[in-house]
Design a protein around this ligand. Structure first.
Ligand code: COA
Ligand code: AMP
Length: 630
């Protein structure tokens, strides 16, 4: 039996013992009363224990004599900067900024919204919140003011922390006006905003409400904040993610279970030891950034790379290889779309030959389905194992992976490999009955979920239950569809809800439909995700106009495209809409989005038995053909 199977069996035999063992890797202020408290809903891990996540990620390493080791490398081709922070320097920066937060009245349990690009201060602010028991909620910079306002009203932050701008390859993105607009839209009003002024584009500050980050640091002088003990089950952060409606879901992460799971994962899945260099090329606004740019590598005393750039265009498709060489990166984690972008620009990987990539042991891919072409291209070019693994914002770490720290299992293309200890993954039919190997169904995970996974949604147990637990009693619904083969390998094929995956970013087509239907000329609409060779999927809108309205299609398209950009954000990548006479529907009025998507992607499709008027699908096909699809 291999080490993976041993580990999985050890968990199956004694789940609580398994996680208690893993928890020995963490420094607890006081021990837990119970390893697991579970009432059939969200699991609470290590209840009764006191701990501090920042202590385990930073202080602990300084106290054990590793203060001079590099903790974080900020590499920013868009500003031509590379800076390194040792664990000692990180501790000073974090405890200093934590003192600023305390001076501004932030205490245990208070929420702080961070709206920051990929700069070291984003990680510093996250850790500073963790240090004083405040709950951070990072909002990705590519979201617009309206989305930020929704999160402000849900999280009700005491304070906002932002940078004056983000830097995209083609433009500077002024963050402050977006925050100002969000604060105007939001009902909840935080006490103030701390603004980090970046020299590329400084923000104007509003007297009495906005405070300059640098001046705030000066104002606290030599004061440094100590770690505040929190309960294991207290929230560390809230991360909003797209749900099936326009309302994002506030995924809650606890302190204790999260530390235990992430530290376990960094060794057992990613095979990283203290001192190794780990690089997750993602963004702190996403779950990958939370887990694998900030928390897991620091908990394991690795060096983490925080990269402010893109895989291409900053300055070229060789930038990833340059970063690997410069920082001797041992493991790289990114989304397949990043590799598709590189492959498109440099199909023969010629730029790779300019760099020494001998430090790299493994490439990990997640965030969207990894297509076989991309995996094979990366394997051929890099000559290291390429590991697809599957997880979600809700779980915080991999549900299925090839656990390289335990053993390297044979790769099967198209599969993110096998379930990790902690997850009993089943494929079930509509009646929640497990189906046979090779048969597709809903992918569900037997409750209770392991440490690290969401215990609930922010102040909304009811929505948590309804969204994840109600449909398949006894299981967590992943909202992914797929199958398991006879060897237990999982194949994750598609979402079962209206979520689409654009360049590894999770977006709700329902939210886009809400925006489109607010256009005065639009009577009804539908948005679907269609296949895209670079981004995996991109959204496409269908608009039915109010009767009597005649519009030049391209002008209307421009208007709705800019509405989605203004209200959801550029990250939605909504660029195309078609005007149609009618939408295809079932007799009960449900829009047949799945069939429309299959036509757009030239997949085989069957006429739905419940369709109201089959002729409409011909009209849709013609409309799609007019843009070269179908
Ligand atoms: N702030 C403001 N705007 C942002 C932003 C941010 N933090 N991040 C992205 N945007 C904007 C981009 O500028 C772009 O705007 P545009 O329509 O004016 O060009 C839009 O949002 C879409 O961005 P992006 O998804 O990054 O697409 P892209 O076309 O600029 O680049 C890739 C394509 C493949 C290079 C890019 O998506 C990428 O690097 N993906 C890596 C995957 C990844 O990080 N996934 C996260 C989960 S692991
Ligand atoms: P997010 O919450 O943004 O991480 O998105 C999670 C969703 O992305 C999952 O529910 C899947 O639909 C998809 N996803 C993530 N990783 C993979 C993968 N390795 N293979 C297939 N789909 C994936």
């Amino acid at each position: 039996m291999g080490r993976y199977q041993d580990s999985y069996d050890a968990w199956t035999a004694d789940a609580e013992g398994f996680w208690a063992n893993a928890a020995a890797e963490i420094d607890w202020i006081s021990p837990w009363d119970k390893v697991l408290e579970w009432n059939g809903s969200g699991a609470r891990w290590f209840t009764g224990a006191q701990c501090n996540t920042c202590f385990n990620a930073v202080d602990r390493h300084v106290l054990s004599g590793h203060g001079a080791q590099t903790a974080l490398i900020y590499d920013s081709p868009v500003t031509d900067t590379v800076t390194r922070l040792t664990y000692g320097e990180l501790l000073d920066a974090v405890s200093h900024f934590a003192a600023v937060l305390q001076r501004r009245g932030v205490g245990k349990g208070d929420r702080v919204i961070l709206y920051m690009p990929m700069i070291a201060e984003a990680a510093i602010a996250m850790l500073a919140c963790a240090r004083i028991g405040a709950i951070h909620s990072v909002v990705f910079g590519g979201f617009a003011a309206q989305e930020l306002a929704t999160r402000i009203d849900d999280a009700k932050p005491k304070l906002m922390v932002l940078a004056s701008c983000g830097i995209e390859p083609n433009r500077l993105v002024a963050y402050k006006p977006l925050v100002d607009a969000a604060l105007d839209l939001a009902t909840h009003k935080p006490d103030g905003c701390i603004v980090l002024q970046r020299p590329q584009l400084e923000a104007s500050l509003q007297e009495g409400r906005d405070f300059d980050w640098a001046q705030e640091l000066v104002a606290v002088g030599d004061t440094r904040a100590d770690c505040v003990p929190v309960r294991s089950e207290d929230p560390l952060y809230i991360l909003y993610t797209s749900g099936t409606t326009g309302e994002p879901k506030g995924v809650v992460r606890d302190n204790g279970g999260h530390m235990v799971a992430l530290k376990w994962s960094l060794k057992n899945i990613y095979d990283m030891d203290p001192g190794d260099v780990y690089w997750a090329a993602s963004d702190v606004g996403w779950v990958v950034g939370h887990s694998y740019i900030v928390y897991a590598p620091l908990l394991q005393r690795c060096t983490t790379v925080l990269f402010e750039g893109k895989p291409v265009g900053t300055p070229d498709a060789g930038t990833f290889w340059r970063v690997i060489e410069d920082h001797k990166v041992n493991a790289l984690f990114t989304a397949p779309t990043a590799f598709r972008a590189i492959k498109k620009e440099d199909p023969d990987a010629l730029l790779m030959s300019k760099y020494d990539l001998s430090s790299l042991k493994t490439l990990y891919l997640a965030g969207e389905r990894a297509d076989t072409d991309t995996i094979k291209w990366a394997e051929d070019a890099l000559k290291v194992p390429v590991i697809d693994h599957w997880w979600q914002t809700e779980t915080g770490w991999a549900i299925a992976a090839n656990p390289m720290g335990l053993e390297s299992l044979p790769v099967k293309y198209g599969s993110p490999c096998v379930a990790m200890p902690g997850y009993q993954v089943e494929i079930v039919d509509d009646a929640a009955k497990p189906v046979a190997a090779g048969v597709s169904g809903a992918v569900v995970v037997k409750l209770p979920l392991p440490p690290g996974c969401l215990p609930t949604l922010w102040q909304n147990d009811e929505k948590f239950h309804e969204a994840y637990l109600a449909e398949f009693p006894g299981y967590y619904k992943t909202a992914d569809a797929g199958y398991k083969d006879a060897d237990g390998y999982l194949y994750i094929m598609a979402r079962t809800d209206d979520i689409i995956n654009v360049a590894g970013h999770r977006l709700s087509t329902g939210a886009m439909e809400e925006v489109l239907s607010a256009h005065p000329d639009v009577a009804e609409c539908a948005v679907i995700g269609i296949a895209d060779p670079l981004k995996g999927q991109v959204p496409l809108g269908f608009l039915v106009l109010n009767s009597g309205v005649e519009r030049v299609e391209s002008e209307l398209e421009k208007e709705v495209v800019s509405m989605v950009r203004d209200q959801i954000g550029p990250v939605a990548a909504f660029k195309q809409a078609l005007v149609v006479q009618r939408l295809p529907k079932t007799r009960s009025g449900k829009v047949l989005r799945g069939t429309m998507r299959k036509i757009a992607d030239a997949e085989t499709w069957k006429m739905p038995a419940t369709i109201d008027d089959p002729e409409i699908l011909n009209e849709i096909t013609l409309a799609l053909q007019s843009i070269g699809r179908g």
